[in-house]
Design a protein around this ligand. Structure first.
Ligand SMILES: Cc1cc2nc3c(=O)[nH]c(=O)nc-3n(C[C@H](O)[C@H](O)[C@H](O)COP(=O)(O)OP(=O)(O)OC[C@H]3O[C@@H](n4cnc5c(N)ncnc54)[C@H](O)[C@@H]3O)c2cc1C
Length: 215
């Protein structure tokens, strides 16, 4: 097992930006990603706030650009879900279950995880449902993610957003677009029953530090 100088855990925008800048500084990092490059951006309907993209850019398209950026600089990345990290005598040991890695420096760019635990036919991201058509889908939540997920799904499905309270926490620009979509309905002070094909919980996220050992 050859020791790496720098390992980055997480292939979202933060991990990719870190990898690019290290490589340009003459350091050859190894990037480990448990799913695919792009991180949470893979869920975004349209990214409208990145300077340099005046017409906005779709989340999947942006994720592909991140991958292209890694490839352009010949940055090494591997699909690997790190489960444990141990720091001992100046060296990090990372375990994925099937493979171990060691490095001198570790960058943790693992982003966030959903607070809600998804069960059968329910999800916490829209990415797995991107290809679904003709379904009736409930989204629980009333923030940016809920309305953004609704925009992604409403072109081919009937979408219902459920707010258990009355306050909408979505940015006005996105809310204005979503309100114009005929396939999106909004319900206040209510939760979905079991008549929906799928339910997505967009009810908040917290830092994902599962890759760190408990000690
Ligand atoms: C629906 C939606 C729409 C959005 N729209 C916008 C927008 O328009 N504009 C904007 O600026 N932001 C937007 N965002 C927010 C943006 O996606 C995040 O701010 C950004 O992705 C955070 O980047 P990150 O690299 O810190 O984390 P993440 O994107 O979460 O990436 C972390 C990566 O680490 C990986 N990882 C985690 N744990 C491990 C492990 N143990 N081993 C290996 N890999 C691991 C994950 O699989 C993931 O790929 C949106 C988010 C969502 C959900």
């Amino acid at each position: 097992m050859p020791k790496e100088q720098v390992i980055i855990i997480g292939g979202g925008p933060a991990g990719v930006a870190c990898a690019i800048q290290l490589k340009r500084n003459g350091i050859d990092p190894l990037l480990l990603e448990k799913e695919s490059i792009g991180g949470l951006l893979k869920n975004a309907w349209r990214i409208d706030n990145y300077p340099g993209f005046p017409d906005g850019i779709g989340g999947l398209e942006m994720a592909a650009k991140l991958l292209g950026h890694l490839n352009r600089f010949e940055i090494r990345y591997q699909k690997s879900a790190i489960q444990t990290t141990i720091y001992d005598e100046g060296i990090f040991l990372l375990k994925s279950g099937t493979k171990n890695f060691t490095c001198d420096y570790l960058v943790i760019a693992t982003g966030t995880k959903a607070k809600h635990t998804a069960v059968k036919n329910s999800f916490t991201e829209v990415f797995p449902l991107r290809e679904v058509t003709g379904k009736t889908i409930a989204i629980v939540g009333a923030g940016d993610a809920a309305f953004d997920y609704a925009m992604t799904l409403s072109s081919h499905n009937e979408v219902h957003i459920f707010n258990r309270g009355t306050k909408i926490k979505c940015i006005p620009a996105l809310l204005e677009i979503a309100e114009k979509q005929k396939n999106i309905s909004y319900h206040e002070k209510s939760m979905p029953g079991d008549s929906f094909d799928y339910t997505i919980f967009a009810t908040g996220r917290e830092p994902d530090l599962n890759c760190l050992s408990k000690e």
